[in-house]
Ligand binder design. Structure first.
Ligand SMILES: Nc1ncnc2c1ncn2[C@@H]1O[C@H](COP(=O)(O)OP(=O)(O)OP(=O)(O)O)[C@@H](O)[C@H]1O
Ligand SMILES: [Mg+2]
Length: 322
């Protein structure tokens, strides 16, 4: 594990910023840390980097204590709010940081132009940071976070202030990092961005993790199943009612002479593509339902739990009572 925390907690006076945070992030994972404003995301990252002392609990980073100089050379960080010296050019600024990391001159000369190109600033390398726009500053920040070729990088709202093109570029950058085996801890509000970049996510609310898992696990809507089958009869569909409520249009109408009301044995029209949605109590009943359909002679194409978007999940979690 590259990151491990156990019951990590931080309070500021009466404010509980982070509460009983236990999580682990493995090598090569892109981990999304989501939550509303003030949920404790930045405080968590700062504790993991050794910039804020926890009130209680433990954190380990690359098997060391956070902030240990032995590992910080392998860690990158894009802070949420930063001020870089306005009088330096982007190139000089990165050079100073490279020297702080102890990178040899030859390596700095090779790496800095490459990084500036990667964040879309190749033609502005000689402009002073004081002349940079907000999004350009954010891009310099990203270059700075990747300067030491980190094994683990923390990105706190990397796309804040970026235009749509910049956001896409950050997304591509995260994909590249993942392909290179770099572990990414991403704080973000942009759910669509998290949806396409992260392997696993945690949703935090008032300092507590309320959901954690892979995107597939979290967005599977376990109570709604789509069934697609051929050879369904109305009787078979009615039989499904013992597990839940069928709520979809089945391709037959009441006025139809083959309506189940007149003739329960009749095969449903459009039988090759008969689709229905069943609301069930839990996905534990799916094997039973599938068995029942097959035994009834239906040809089953899909018994698929429906998915919700990450945004929908996020909204539902925010509405939940404590
Ligand atoms: N230095 C501090 N002093 C006092 N309170 C603080 C301090 N830093 C953070 N907090 C409080 O801790 C809580 C969590 O803040 P944090 O910055 O970690 O949230 P966040 O999830 O990063 O929010 P955002 O999405 O707005 O960046 C908030 O209630 C905040 O007011
Ligand atoms: Mg924050």
């Amino acid at each position: 594990m590259l990151i491990e925390t156990h019951n990590l907690r931080k309070t500021f006076g009466d404010t509980v910023a982070v509460d009983s945070l236990t999580l682990s992030v493995g090598a090569g994972e892109v981990f999304g840390f989501l939550g509303p404003n003030g949920a404790g995301k930045t405080t968590t990252v700062k504790m993991l980097l050794g910039l804020v002392a926890p009130t209680a609990g433990e954190a380990r980073l690359l098997d060391h204590r956070p902030g240990d100089p032995a590992i910080m050379g392998r860690v990158g960080f894009l802070p949420e709010q930063f001020r870089f010296p306005a009088w330096l050019t982007a190139g000089d600024f990165l050079d100073v940081h490279g020297r702080l990391y102890g990178l040899p001159a030859a390596e700095r000369r090779a790496r800095i132009p490459r990084l500036l190109a990667r964040v879309g600033l190749a033609d502005r390398a000689r402009s002073r940071l004081g002349e940079y726009s907000k999004g350009m500053m954010q891009r310099v920040g990203l270059a700075q976070a990747l300067l030491n070729d980190p094994a683990l990088v923390f990105l706190d709202e990397p796309t804040s202030g970026l235009d749509p093109l910049g956001r896409r570029e950050v997304r591509d950058l995260i994909h590249e990092l993942r392909a290179a085996g770099v572990t990414v801890f991403l704080n973000s509000h942009f759910l669509s961005e998290v949806e396409v970049t992260c392997d696993r996510v945690a949703i935090v609310k008032r300092g507590r993790v309320v959901r954690i898992g892979t995107l597939a696990e979290l967005t599977r809507q376990t109570t709604e199943v789509e069934i697609r089958a051929a050879g369904l009869t109305a009787e078979v569909v009615m039989g499904l009612e013992r597990w839940g409520r069928a709520i979809a249009d089945l391709g037959f109408g009441i006025a139809d002479s083959a309506s189940p009301i007149r003739n329960p044995q009749s095969e449903i029209r459009n039988a090759d593509s008969a689709r229905l949605t069943l609301t069930i109590a839990s996905e534990d009943v799916l094997p039973e339902i599938t068995g029942y359909l097959v035994q009834s002679g239906a040809r089953v194409y899909a018994v698929a739990p429906q998915r919700i978007s990450l945004e929908e999940l996020f909204m539902r979690v925010m509405e939940e009572e404590e």
